[in-house]
Unconditional design. Structure first.
Lengths: 335, 565
């Protein structure tokens, strides 16, 4: 299996390289550059040129790329153009926030979405099925900022049940070990911090959960429906197995393959950062940061983060493939 | 859970168990969190993070809002005005030729790291900004404002020498008189940092790990990007501290609606620039209130002079007469905004020409258009070529629709670029000019096209003054005379440039005043640029906050704030 994983990883390397070249070129070919953005309303031809020179932006593109990729290979992600702050420090601060929120949202989405999908399939065309699939449709359709702001005003401002700014209340001291505040607070045995971190996760988590939840529920339902029509299900029932056993062991296991795939893809998507959710909830993750960096033409940040996202997608796909090995004996045999 | 569901959701008691568990989790999450400490904390909701806390190398308002609470200047703007007054320098004098400034410094001042503030420290800071080979003039940093305000680096610098002539006396020698010299000294980016700290931390000075080390009433405590920046009162502060704030926390909350919600539920105490539509709710609230920062900005429509028709003064006058500025101000701006007739705003200390009025008269506009040779209006316009020297020629290279470009970002001077653009296009259509709204892409693209003179039509832009001086307002835009400026839509007016250059080197406000007024009058007579509005900036507060003094340039000190519980 190790050989299989290694092979898959090596196959992914050209993808990562391709992404790095593509992002580099796209960034440099869109009009406007960091010098223009930094100078804003005062950007004249002369001072933009002078600034470009100082920032090294007037070197030939291939030279800039080689310098950048060379530094990356040595573990140096560069410094931000405007503040001259190490990009790696920023990623270290921001990525755990994205990971924590993504895992929270995806766990909720899976814990709710899979059972809802199963029930909808088992009770096809029932009220439960109709209501949950309508809910799924609303979940995919409702704009994130609408849901987010509704939750903020109802649960945050009116009822004051949940905080909606950032990850932790000001003044709570917590040593950062993993950067995941729920984990760090448990490691430190700080129950107050744990509660506070969970409270802060709740609204952005619920907002971020809606789309994956809807997708997972729908995919689970359709996969289950397909499996439930198979001959071996009829055989299982004919053998006199309990309905619970038929659903849990015969149907669900076979229906899991597409569900796991979609969860893996959702994980990749969530880990790339959620611009709107992070913006509304002032969540210090990588999504909003990347968005602002594109607007501000912060080349080192955009390049480093997109490369990291490409890597995340590759790893998420790899994870899904490895899970296949456990779920599907046919894949195991092929590997 | 699958087990429960496998039963087909028929077992009610198990349902109850599930939902009870969920209810417990929610209650647990919603349990109150421990109270904070006793320090009086003022929390400001920010648009985003500072860029860097080394004031000399940044240009953004968010960074300055942090540094100006802890870093002080030789001169400070008198609160609420554009006039410079005493700061770290308690008095000053200038030689008759305007070339030598002598400043007496406050004694007994220390930096936050305990090192003494004196004339040597001032000289060190100015030398660092000026000399590109200074060890702390980091090549990766951009000392943009020094270059802009003092004419350049090294030998280009208007400040040719800075001499510590005593422990607390410093002498500046200039290569030419400079009307804005004192105003420049009061700009946030020219605040004095601890030389020892900058030398110790090198390029990391001003980063989240280090912050700033200056002399002001608040010292840097921490900056966690995306989360918060924290300052606390400096116990050994030399000056007067009229407020009672012990700690300042800046929380980046990028979304405007979320910032408003955070003010409503007490997460923050204040923020800048609420949505115009939220202001009535704030004013109606028992707990919140609005304060207006006097406008020190201008929103304008520039002509691109590569458009042949725009080179005709009658066409420009017609366009100016067609626009109902008052209606735009009433519809899109907060109360307190005023129609702009000139570049310089009424709040400027020197150089506001109050006699200029730009009327709204569509009938007269149509007459002017007819007089200009367009009795049936204008459908399309001709774009002229630019020769190798950068001059606009008579050769028509293409014919295009009449475009009104709108800004893709919100600014205090332009709260609704697209909607205002639509209004302007519609005013022009009313007099027969078939104008259409045009987008140039995102902000970076817009700025790049503006810089290169590629916004071929009328385009929106604006300006917020940096230092209260007219040379940083109208002077910044129109002082170059040698050739048309692409950045200004290929605008060129030698007389206007000459007047602005004359005013620049004078120190006496009374002598400068008529020069600026004449330049504005020339531009207004020919409608060389269309000024629309001066917009104030609303600030929203919780009522526990008093003592905040709004400054036209946003130069507000939180040390005057009084918090009540």
């Amino acid at each position: 299996m190790a050989k299989y994983i290694l092979r898959r990883f090596i196959e992914a390397l050209p993808v990562i390289f391709g992404v790095s070249v593509l992002v580099f070129l796209l960034l440099h070919f869109i009009p406007g550059d960091p010098a223009t953005v930094m100078l804003g309303e005062r950007a004249s031809e002369e001072n933009v040129q002078a600034l470009r020179e100082r920032l090294g932006l007037n070197r030939p593109l291939p030279e800039q790329y080689v310098i950048w990729i060379g530094n990356i290979l040595q573990g140096d992600l560069g410094r931000t153009i405007k503040g001259n702050i190490p990009v790696s420090d920023e990623i270290r601060n921001r990525f755990p926030a994205t990971v924590e929120l993504s895992l929270f949202a995806l766990t909720l989405a899976t814990l709710i979405g899979v059972p809802v999908g199963i029930v909808s399939a088992v009770r096809r065309s029932s009220v439960i099925d109709t209501v949950s699939m309508l809910g799924a449709l609303i979940g995919v359709s409702i704009p994130v900022f609408v849901l987010g702001l509704l939750l903020i005003f109802f649960l945050g401002v009116e009822l004051r049940l949940f905080p909606f700014v950032g990850r932790m209340t000001f003044g709570i001291q917590l040593e950062r070990v993993t950067g995941l505040l729920t984990v760090d607070s448990l490691l430190a045995g700080n129950w107050t911090a744990f509660q506070d971190a969970l409270k802060h996760l709740f609204l952005p988590g619920v907002t971020l959960m809606t789309i994956p939840l809807a997708v997972i529920a729908r995919i689970t339902r359709s996969a289950m429906l397909e499996v439930l029509n198979q001959d071996y299900i009829r055989t299982a029932r004919a053998k006199g197995l309990s309905e619970r056993r038929v659903i849990n062991f015969h149907a669900l296991r076979n229906a899991l393959l597409p569900v796991v795939t979609i969860i893996g893809l959702q994980l990749g998507r969530l880990l790339s950062g959620a611009v709107l959710t992070e913006t509304i909830y002032s969540w210090p993750g990588i999504g909003k940061w990347l968005f602002d960096s594109i607007i501000g033409r912060e080349y080192p940040i955009v390049q480093a983060v997109t490369l990291m996202i490409a890597l995340i997608y590759v790893l998420a796909n790899l994870l899904v493939d490895i899970l296949y090995l456990f779920i599907d004996p046919r894949v195991r045999a092929a590997a | 859970m699958f087990y429960i569901l496998g039963k087909g959701l028929s077992n009610v008691s198990k349902h109850l168990r599930f939902f009870s568990l969920a209810a417990i989790i929610v209650l647990l999450i919603a349990a109150p969190v421990a109270a904070q400490d006793a320090l009086k904390t003022f929390t400001f909701g920010e648009f985003g993070d500072p860029v860097k806390l080394d004031a000399a190398v940044v240009t953004d308002g968010i960074s300055f809002r942090v540094t100006r609470q802890g870093c002080e200047n030789l001169l400070e703007f008198i609160p609420g005005t554009t006039q410079p007054g005493p700061g770290l320098a308690k008095s000053w004098s200038v030689s008759d030729d305007g070339l030598t400034w002598t400043l007496q410094l406050e004694e007994g001042v220390t930096f936050h790291d305990g090192t003494p503030f004196n004339a040597e420290a001032v000289k060190w800071n100015f030398d660092r900004w000026r000399f590109t080979d200074h060890p702390q003039h980091f090549p990766e940093a951009v000392f943009e404002y020094y270059e802009a305000q003092f004419g350049g680096f090294d030998d280009d610098s208007i400040i040719t020498n800075v001499e510590a002539t005593g422990e607390y006396e410093i002498v500046f020698t200039l290569s030419q008189p400079m009307g804005a010299f004192l105003n420049n000294l009061a700009m946030s980016m020219f605040s004095i940092s601890s030389p020892a700290a900058v030398e110790k931390y090198g390029p990391d000075y001003g980063t989240p790990a280090v912050g700033f080390v200056c002399t002001g009433p608040f010292k840097f405590v921490k900056w966690e990007t995306g989360v918060e920046t924290v300052l606390e009162r400096y116990a050994d502060y030399w000056g007067e501290f009229t407020g009672n704030v012990d700690r300042i926390v800046y929380r980046p909350i990028p979304d405007n609606a979320a910032r408003f919600a955070a003010l409503q539920n007490g997460t923050i105490d204040a923020f800048e620039q609420p949505n115009v539509q939220d202001i009535p709710a704030i004013e109606a609230s028992d707990d919140l209130y609005i304060m207006l920062r006097p406008s020190f900005n201008v929103f304008y429509l520039a002509f691109n002079y590569r458009i042949a028709e725009f080179r005709n003064p009658l066409v420009r006058q017609a366009i100016s007469l067609a626009i109902d500025r008052q209606e735009i101000v009433d519809a899109f701006y907060v109360d307190g905004a005023v129609v702009a007739n000139t570049m310089n705003p009424p709040t400027i200390a020197v150089g506001f020409n109050e006699n200029i009025v730009t009327p709204y008269d569509p009938e007269l506009a149509k007459q002017k258009l007819a007089e200009a040779g367009f009795p049936n209006g204008i459908d399309r316009v001709n774009v002229l070529a630019v020769d190798a020297e950068g001059n606009v020629t008579d050769e028509v290279v293409e014919t295009i629709p009449v475009r009104v470009y709108y800004m893709p970002v919100v600014r205090p001077y332009n709260p609704a670029g697209e909607a205002i653009g639509e209004a302007i296009a519609s005013y022009l259509q009313d007099i027969g000019i078939k104008a259409e709204l045009a987008s140039a892409g995102d902000w970076a693209t817009y700025l790049a096209q503006r810089r290169n003179g590629e916004l071929l039509g009328l385009y929106q832009l604006g300006w917020t003054g940096d230092n209260g001086d007219p040379d940083n307002f109208i002077g910044y835009f129109f002082s170059a005379a040698d050739k048309p400026m692409p950045r200004e839509g290929f605008y060129q007016n030698a007389r206007v440039a000459e007047l602005l250059q004359q005013a620049r080197v004078l120190s006496d406000p009374a002598a400068r005043e008529p020069l600026y007024e004449e330049a504005e009058a020339i531009m207004a007579a020919n409608a060389e640029r269309i000024y629309i509005a001066h917009g104030p900036v609303p600030l929203a507060f919780n009522k526990r906050v008093t003592g905040y003094i709004p400054s036209p340039m946003g130069d507000e000190k939180f040390s005057t704030i009084i918090l009540t519980d």
